[in-house]
Design a protein around this ligand. Structure first.
Ligand code: SF4
Length: 303
């Protein structure tokens, strides 16, 4: 966690999660936990009750980091799980504080869920964007309604597309996150195909794929233990990834990454020009047992 390396007090309340591309960002917790906290696969905030950090406390932390510890971050990531749940008034207050105290900041980003966006008007979204929030990581997970329902995401695919297009319209940079293997064996194909349809419709500039990990204590883990959910093995994950990439044909300039620690095979490319090459990489891995054996082993996968 980058903030611990600056030599200032540990003000973060664990556990803290951030996307891989925020590794060098200053992480600030505007909220704690996740306001939804009911996705069957997610154990991230099971031990943490959701709450909004009081603004006075947030301001004190920011002022201390900026004035006493002289931090000059270029990038800031607002945690925890869905800090975009804050009202537009709360977010504007936070963004105004950050741009005032950290004058060198070039990018402020956040995790959001679809329902966080649904509760804001187009005017509010524009105001939040203009106040300095730029990049939004959206936990889309799947473009398939049956999978979304099965994992209790609390939103439909159409709603995901609508809110993503509204965010784009307001000027945000979108980075949807999808989860390979989330449909299990029985819904792998529909998960890949319908997720590709959704991503093609949104046409985001970034797309990240994680690979499902069954976390003890989660509902999905229990379902798997009871035999009600059959997880994919690494080869099936690669076939699912291949099917997804094969269908992502309508993206104008999308950087695709599987660099999260949960993935078996790290890939990166711009889909409009590298898609065929990425498919070739997957095919070479699938065709060669020796390369297959060098995929990231399960004990090294993580969230
Ligand atoms: S996946 Fe996201 S929205 Fe769902 S419980 Fe976890 S943090 Fe909350």
């Amino acid at each position: 966690m980058p903030p611990f390396s600056f030599g200032h007090p540990n003000y973060l309340e664990p556990p803290v999660f951030r996307p891989p591309s925020e590794a060098n960002s200053l992480i600030l917790q505007a909220t704690l936990g996740c306001s939804h906290n009911r996705c069957t696969f997610c154990g991230s905030y099971r031990t943490k009750q959701f709450k909004v950090k009081p603004f006075n406390q947030f301001r004190e932390e920011v002022e201390q980091l900026a004035r006493k510890y002289k931090l000059r971050p270029k990038r800031i990531f607002l945690a925890d799980g869905d800090a975009f749940v804050l009202t537009s008034t709360q977010l504007l207050e936070i963004l105004n504080l950050l741009t005032k105290e950290f004058s060198d900041v070039e990018r402020i980003s956040i995790y959001a869920s679809g329902t966080n966006v649904q509760r804001k008007t187009d005017k509010e979204l524009k105001e939040i964007r203009e106040a300095g929030l730029e990049l939004i990581y959206i936990g889309l997970e799947s473009g398939d309604d049956e999978v979304l329902k099965q994992v209790n995401k609390g939103i439909t695919n159409d709603e995901h597309i609508t809110m993503s297009l509204r965010l784009k319209q307001a000027g945000f940079t979108l980075s949807p996150i999808i989860i390979l293997g989330l449909g299990g064996k029985s819904k792998s194909e529909q998960h890949a195909i319908n997720t590709a349809v959704t991503i093609n419709a949104i046409d985001p500039p970034y797309l990240a794929a994680l690979t499902l990990m069954l976390v003890p204590g989660t509902e999905l883990h229990t379902q798997a233990q009871r035999g009600e959910f059959q997880p994919l093995d690494p080869v099936e994950i690669l076939y699912e990834l291949r099917l997804l990439l094969d269908r992502l044909t309508k993206l104008t300039n999308c950087v695709f990454r599987t660099n999260h620690a949960s993935n078996y095979l790290p890939l990166r490319g711009i889909l409009s020009k590298d898609r065929v090459q990425l498919l070739g990489t997957i095919d070479r891995v699938l065709d060669d047992p020796q390369i297959m054996s060098r995929l990231r082993p399960d004990y090294l996968r993580g969230l």
